[in-house]
Design a protein around this ligand. Structure first.
Ligand SMILES: [Zn+2]
Length: 255
């Protein structure tokens, strides 16, 4: 009887060891916060305008993004809301593009406020609110927590820093950050798109456009600020910039 008991104990121990060794690694598992739908409805206009089943698909994309990309605070506390807003900014531009993955993004660093071009948070020249890293910071995005939240809280303007940075990532994914998202824009439209960006930059410089003046600095920034406006205020953008609107529709909505 005793030996039977010993055998059972040994067998149980073996099973426990096997379960411990072969259990799926879940240390990095990500779970959406319990109130994620509430946060999305309260802060993300794009999401709250979706139909119920579209919301489900948005949530699936959001969860997949947040499971794949690390979000780290640099002197800033990353709260559930920040994670949800970063995920939303990632999903919004590619919501209509099935199976899109940001293969060029590994980590998002969240700074409390603005920083300079050397990723420093102190000093005089703190003017950058978001950035897609290069060199040693390749595949890293930096966002200011304050600007991240402003982009969603203040739905009365056409700015959204996080969406702006994801547009740069999309632009960059074809190998060149040049204002032309080759992966999403059919080749036959590339010349027209470049001309449209140039024309837009001219009209900004002449003071004849309501597009963020920062867009006049380069085609790269022109594409990013126009896309921010397109996603933040679609109807106003369509009315004020029909040609740009239909081209961005072609790039992001694809119908
Ligand atoms: Zn930019």
């Amino acid at each position: 009887m005793e030996t039977v008991l010993q055998i059972i104990v040994v067998l149980v121990l073996i099973i426990v060891v096997i379960l411990l060794v072969f259990q799926p690694r879940r240390s990095e598992a990500f779970a959406l916060p319990h109130n994620y739908q509430e946060l999305l409805n309260d802060y993300v206009l794009f999401y709250s305008n979706l139909k119920e089943e579209e919301k489900k698909s948005f949530e699936g994309r959001l969860e997949k993004f947040l499971a794949a990309v690390k979000i780290t605070g640099a002197n800033a506390e990353v709260e559930d809301l920040d994670r949800i807003l970063i995920g939303a900014a990632a999903v919004i531009p590619v919501y209509f593009i099935p199976d899109w993955e940001y293969v060029n993004l590994r980590e998002v660093l969240v700074y409390p406020g603005n920083f300079n071009h050397d990723y420093e948070q102190h000093g005089n020249e703190r003017m950058v609110s978001g950035m897609v890293g290069t060199g040693g910071m390749e595949n890293v995005m930096i966002l200011s927590k304050w600007e991240l939240r402003q982009g969603f809280i203040n739905s009365n303007n056409t700015h959204n820093t996080a969406i702006h940075e994801f547009i740069h990532l999309i632009d960059k994914m074809d190998g060149s950050l040049d204002g032309v998202p080759e992966l999403l824009l059919e080749r036959k439209y590339v010349t027209e798109w470049k001309e449209l960006l140039e024309a837009t930059m001219h009209s900004i410089r002449r003071g004849e456009s309501d597009i963020n003046p920062y867009g006049a600095t380069s085609p790269v920034e022109c594409f990013a600020v126009a896309a921010e406006y397109f996603f933040e205020k679609p109807e106003a953008f369509r009315a004020a910039h029909p040609a740009l609107h239909s081209m961005l529709q072609r790039i992001f909505i694809r119908k």
